[in-house]
Design a protein around this ligand. Structure first.
Ligand code: FAD
Ligand code: HEM
Ligand code: FMN
Length: 1177
């Protein structure tokens, strides 16, 4: 078996799709014999195998290719990786007689099989050193687009290759004996007079490097660096002060890079050798810095010019320049300063605890030796050089990214304000670790704009990298930017800034060497943790105090300065080219004052959100006014500078108490709210196509009136994890509030981390309840309830509508209307039911020691307590705030911690909440039952638990026939799901089971709710109607048919009425069937079409029936197109969507003008109130 080198090309273009080409051998090497050459040629469908350069063979699928590599070339488990070079360079000769194909090949279509040494010469470098000037690292970005992730360049006398493929980097890093860091040439060589054999510039074979590395590495661990945090805070606070006094009041622009450089210099110099440069406070550059920068620039220019540098030196000498003398001066100044400081340290060893002192005191654990004084001096200068511009460039870019990515800024602010809040305005060692998103932002900035764009290793003996022969003395240039923008790893748009790339779950998925911002291997950056801690602290303080914007005329320019990638914000005016950042003035921050919190709701969800926000606002000193949107459908709204809205949507329309507002706001003038800031949270159900329609409308309307959004609109999906949605948005909201209004960190903690309500409800012992008291209490039901807008209805009759075999029971429940409420309903209206909690749930609350049992003893009887429990919702999922409340009601550490975990907002908590609460649908009662150590004071429980939400039912009767009763048609909900223990249990819907369990003669708290929309019979009784429904969606259809019956009895002439009714089986759930027959006979109903989904072999649904049944479809089309028919639909959200699509199909079929037009047609019908739905989302 031949061990020939192998590389593989996948060519998608002119060859049959997904064909694969293996190219074996190389120049001068005879291609191995293919055992199946003939067959392979046949496979090429007449394509000529490539000649000359090598033997080639084309495959049509990956499996046969991999098999071939394994069996014919003896490579086990071959791995395919993207081919690193421009195919035209490599395959030109291979395919020279098919040259037109070569131009179509793309690097991304080429792969090579690794695990196999190749024997290819690298192609000639593109261009020469002049082509790479003035900034080779940037020029290489373009070359990468052209030549892929492994290509040669001419930079000097030595051969050099640029690499940015993670797998090739891995191959290099694994060959430790073939590649190393040697600084006898290159830019670092020119720095040696001041850095000598310090860590950065020492050669790999210098034993001093190992000593210094062992002595210093422990000092750069996260733990040890905790001691540098106060220093970093202190210097950053000086920076904040400088910004405040120099720029803030004057609203001036300034150069961000310059200031970041000052702060990092001062920090690293104090950290390294307690040397005060005072760059932040003084206007002049310290001479030490001046000389250091000069030397660094000199070294870089020398290196960049490579062989041309001799000519440049000649020109310098010829034109009277004195560069060499300046170099000498710089070296002398730097080294004498450092040596002087070392002497001071030696004179008073206990005074200092910096790196210099550490180096003077610490022995190398391996050799027992200490570093020489000379080497300590080199190390100190090394820290100054390696540790300041790198971090300052990172900081400048980060602020630029924050200023240009508002969504990132919002998240950052939230995190930072939370950390400041917890730390009472400080950042300590622990809180640095909590700045996780900030860290992700920094790492992502270093990905897109790496401070160190290039670093180099030398090849020490001939070896192979991928298929290439790399000769001894070749320089390998690791190109960080290209590596970080490698599409195979970072996706199609790697230049897009996305800090989520560095969330832990995403980080772990990437190849090891795809991120090399801090170098790789033993010579990787020793100061990476120092830089990331420092940068977190600086960014946190800056964002806590300021908002940065970029002046309008500034254009960011990528620039390599001192071999580092820096940010140059070039403005249109050269004179101010580097003065481009503006700090938002303090005066723009607002005082805490009045706030208007409005809600639009039918069932209370949005009102709850609004009231919670208002409660928290009080804690921050705001004076909130809470009201429905309709209450402010007038000019009173203009009096508020801060308005918050939480609202839901119904069929894309406003909820009932926001309808007036919607109308009013549409008619207002342009800028009546120009000084107002607003925030909006939309509540809805994602299953609806019209998700967020009304909140979006409110948002647009407010913006049109000149109001400014405080942050992006929030969206809570009640079909998903609503509490998490709400928590995430409100957290961002409070962080934005804290910043916009002058709120200090510690105050903000009240809301960022809300505390549960406590102590406003007191429960006292009322004595043993007498029978008379209880009787009175029961009778007061009506009074209390009517005060709350609920009334006491009495069950008059109850009939099971379904037959044995039906999967879901349906009941007719007839209720006697209390006298005060008669004559108040029309067909199509709803009825609100306030269900009682089940005995089973209440027992869960009374597990051994939690509330009920203890309090029961106080009450001495169950009845009043039960009554209290009926008003609260213990079936709903507990919110974080409720879980936090519970955590305060236990003394048992494991249970407290488990509850706190569920209540938290970090990654682990969100996961725990999803797994244990959201997925298992655990209710408040379930959680209280689970945590046996809970001791919950009843008063606090009542304060924190949500109120019971009413359920809506369509009224199934007509006022014309039964004015003193309402009839409901109830489907009893029993569905399977998995509980906390993972066991399959049947979930019994609270209200539907409660209704089904009512006794005739028993009471029910309820309320007639008029239907706000056009879900009514048409005003003209002669207009044809089409009723479409499924299951208990028949309820309102029955009310319409009853209404028609009443009208008929009064002698009113009726138009056609078609009912299309979806059921499972005629003998199980064809509800009210005999009544429908009677309606057919009397003419109340003119056509009845059933769609049975479990009958007669074929599954039929209403949405399929109306399309498939030709005469029905024709009738529907004639009805809507020429007879003014009204369509009324009721059922689930899914049914609503499917039926609408069917109507679109019908229009498309008969109208013949395409789907888009058909959709518009139905939309127009809906707009005209002739296509009306009442679906239960
Ligand atoms: C406008 C309108 C009109 C309506 N008209 C009618 C009608 O005429 N007839 C009719 O039968 N229905 C009607 N409904 C539906 C009705 O309002 C109720 O939604 C339905 O009866 C179920 O209520 P429930 O209390 O029994 O179920 P709930 O207990 O409220 O449960 C509802 C769903 O929530 C989930 N759930 C909630 N808590 C838990 C938990 N702890 N564990 C597991 N799952 C949980 C379940 O998935 C369940 O499917 C109408 C709804 C609306 C909005
Ligand atoms: C964002 C900030 C930083 C970046 C991007 C960065 C990047 C790098 C890179 C890429 C290397 C490897 C160079 C090579 O292999 O030739 C390196 C090495 C080094 N860095 Fe950093 N660096 C940063 C901050 C710092 C800081 C703050 C310090 C010190 C306080 C520091 C000290 C060093 C030292 C001493 C080395 C040489 C390590 C050795 O060879 O043993 N760096 N850095
Ligand atoms: C009849 C009906 C219509 C609905 N229409 C929509 C809708 O168009 N878009 C949407 O996102 N949610 C819709 N929903 C879901 C509600 O917005 C959701 O139940 C929300 O929690 C109600 O909030 P509220 O309690 O504040 O009214 C609808 C719900 C019902 C019952």
């Amino acid at each position: 078996m031949s061990a020939s080198p192998v590389y593989v090309a996948i060519i998608n273009n002119n060859l049959p799709s997904q064909s694969i080409l293996i190219d074996v051998g190389s120049e001068g090497v005879a291609p191995p014999t293919f055992p199946h050459q003939a067959q392979a040629q046949a496979q090429t469908q007449g394509e000529k195998p490539a000649l000359g350069y090598s033997g080639a063979r084309i495959f049509h699928d990956l499996t046969s290719l991999l098999q071939c590599i394994e069996t014919e070339f003896g490579i086990a488990n071959p791995r395919l990786t993207p081919y690193p070079v421009d195919p035209s360079l490599l395959l030109k000769s291979a395919l020279d007689n098919q040259a037109d194909r070569v131009s179509d090949l793309k690097a991304s279509n080429l792969w090579f099989a690794s695990g196999s040494p190749g024997r290819h010469q690298l192609p000639l470098p593109p261009g020469n050193v002049l082509d790479l000037l003035p900034a080779p690292a940037l020029a290489m970005i373009d070359l990468n687009h052209k030549y892929g992730h492994f290509f040669p360049v001419s930079l000097g006398p030595r051969p050099a290759v640029v690499v940015s493929d993670p797998y090739l980097i891995e191959e290099i890093m694994k060959q430790e004996d073939c590649f190393g860091k040697f600084t006898n040439a290159g830019p670092l060589h020119y720095l040696k007079p001041v850095t000598g054999n310090g860590l950065f510039t020492a050669n790999d074979d210098d034993p001093v490097w190992g000593m210094a590395h062992r002595i210093l590495l422990p000092a750069f661990s996260v733990k040890s660096l905790g001691s540098a945090v106060p220093l970093m805070n202190q210097q950053t606070k000086l920076l904040v002060e400088a910004f405040r006094t120099r720029f803030l009041e004057k609203d001036e622009t300034f150069d961000i890079s310059e200031w970041m450089s000052k702060v990092t210099l001062d920090i690293v110099s104090l950290f390294g050798f307690s040397y005060e440069l005072n760059s932040i406070s003084s206007a002049e550059q310290h001479p030490f810095v001046k000389h250091m920068v000069f030397l660094f620039e000199y070294a870089m220019t020398k290196n960049k010019l490579g062989p041309l540098s001799g000519i440049a030196d000649g020109i310098d000498w010829f034109t009277g320049g004195n560069k060499e003398q300046k170099v000498q001066e710089a070296v002398t100044f730097i080294m004498s300063t450092v040596n002087e400081v070392i002497k001071e340290h030696q004179a008073d060893p206990d005074k200092y605890s910096d790196m210099c002192s550490r180096m003077l005191k610490t022995e190398d654990p391996e050799t027992g030796l200490k570093l020489s004084e000379e080497n300590i001096a080199f190390q100190i200068v090394t820290f100054m050089i390696a540790g300041h511009e790198t971090t300052s460039s990172l900081l400048a870019w980060t602020i630029y990214m924050i200023a240009t990515h508002p969504e990132v800024e919002q998240k950052l602010r939230y995190e930072i304000e939370t950390v400041f809040a917890k730390g009472n305005g400080n950042i300590d060692e622990k809180s640095v670790g909590e700045l996780k998103y900030t860290l992700a932002v920094l790492k992502e900035t270093l990905r897109v704009y790496s401070s160190a764009p290039l670093f180099t290793k030398q090849c020490t003996r001939d070896t192979f990298v991928g298929p290439y022969l790399i000769k001894k003395d070749t320089s390998i240039l690791f190109h960080t930017i290209n590596t970080h923008r490698n599409q195979a790893v970072w996706g199609a748009n790697p230049e897009v800034f996305n800090p989520d790339n560095f969330l832990p779950q995403n980080e772990s998925k990437r190849p090891q060497y795809s991120y090399i911002a801090f170098g790789t291997g033993p010579r990787a950056c020793i100061g990476s943790q120092f830089a990331l801690i420092e940068a977190r602290i600086v960014i946190a303080h800056l964002l806590h105090n300021f908002k940065f914007t970029i002046s309008d005329d500034a254009e960011p320019v990528l620039q390599v300065k001192l071999a580092l990638l820096t940010l140059d914000l070039d403005t249109a005016k050269p004179a101010s080219s580097n003065r481009s950042f503006v700090i938002q003035s303090e005066a723009d921050r607002l005082d805490v004052g009045e706030v208007l919190v409005l809600f639009g709701t039918n069932m209370g969800t949005s009102e709850d959100v609004a009231r919670n926000i208002a409660d928290s606002a009080v804690k921050l000193g705001f004076k909130p006014t809470v009201a429905s949107l309709d209450t402010y459908a007038n000019e009173k709204l203009f009096g508020f500078k801060f308005v918050i809205v939480a609202t839901s949507t119904y069929n894309g329309n406003p909820p009932d108490n926001a309808k007036k507002f919607a109308k009013w706001i549409s008619a207002q003038g342009q800028s009546s709210l120009k000084d107002t800031i607003f925030a909006i949270y939309g509540v809805g159900n994602k299953q609806w196509k019209t998700y967020q329609d009304f909140p979006r409308f409110v948002e647009t309307s407010l913006v049109n009136l000149g109001a400014t959004p405080l942050l992006e609109r929030g969206a809570g999906d009640v079909d998903g994890d609503f509490d998490t949605d709400t928590l995430k948005w409100t957290s961002l909201f409070w962080a934005s509030v804290a910043y916009t209004f002058k709120i200090s960190g510690s105050d903000a903690s009240n809301v960022v981390d809300p505390s549960p309500a406590s102590n406003s409800i007191e429960v006292t012992w009322a004595g043993k309840a007498t029978d008379a008291f209880l009787q009175n209490f029961q009778n007061s039901d009506n009074n209390i309830s009517s005060h709350l807008g609920r009334f006491r209805y009495i069950v008059k009759s109850k009939t099971l509508l379904t037959k044995p075999g039906a999967v879901k029971d349906a009941w007719s429940i007839v209720l006697e209307i209390p006298a005060s409420e008669t004559n108040k309903y029309t067909a199509g209206d709803h009825f609100e039911v306030y269900p009682r909690n089940t005995e089973e749930d209440i027992v869960k609350l009374s597990n051994t020691n939690s509330i009920a049992k203890r309090e029961l003893q106080i009450f001495d009887t169950e009845i009043p307590l039960r009554y209290v429990f009926n008003g609260v919702d213990i079936r709903t999922a507990p919110t974080r705030n409720f879980l936090k409340f519970l955590s305060g009601c236990t003394e048992c550490p494991p249970e407290k911690n488990a509850l706190l975990l569920l209540a938290g907002t970090d990654e682990a908590s969100l996961r725990a909440y999803t797994e244990q609460i959201a997925k298992t649908k655990a209710s408040i009662a379930d959680v209280i039952e689970r945590f046996k150590s809970l001791r919950i004071p009843l008063g606090q429980f009542l304060e924190n638990v949500p109120l019971q939400k009413p359920r809506l039912y369509s009224i199934a009767s007509s006022n014309l026939i039964t004015p003193t009763t309402v009839e409901l048609c109830i489907g009893v909900l029993n569905e399977e799901h998995h509980d906390l223990k993972g066991q399959s249990v049947v979930y019994k819907g609270l209200s539907s089971n409660f209704l089904a369990g009512l006794e005739v003669g028993g009471p029910l708290l309820g309320h007639i709710r008029p239907h706000g929309s056009a879900f009514k019979l048409p005003e003209d009784p002669k207009a044809p109607i089409v009723l479409v429904c499924a299951g208990t969606g028949f309820a309102p259809m029955r009310s319409f048919l009853e209404e028609r019956k009443g009208l008929k009895q009064k002698g009113v002439e009726l138009g056609e009425a078609t009912l299309i009714f979806g059921c499972r089986h005629p003998d199980q759930d064809a509800l009210y069937s005999s009544e429908l027959q009677a309606h057919l006979e009397s003419g109340v109903l003119t056509r009845l079409e059933y769609a049975f989904s479990r009958f007669g072999g074929q599954k039929e649904y209403v949405q399929t029936l109306i399309v498939n049944k030709t005469d029905l479809a024709e009738q529907l089309w004639t009805g809507i197109s020429s007879r003014g028919a009204h369509i009324l639909l009721c059922g689930s959200t899914a049914l609503g969507t499917a039926v609408r699509e069917s109507f679109v199909k019908i229009v498309e079929r008969f109208d013949g003008r395409g789907k888009e037009r058909a959709e518009q047609y139905i939309a127009a019908l809906a707009e005209a109130g002739r296509y009306v739905v009442d679906v239960w989302g």
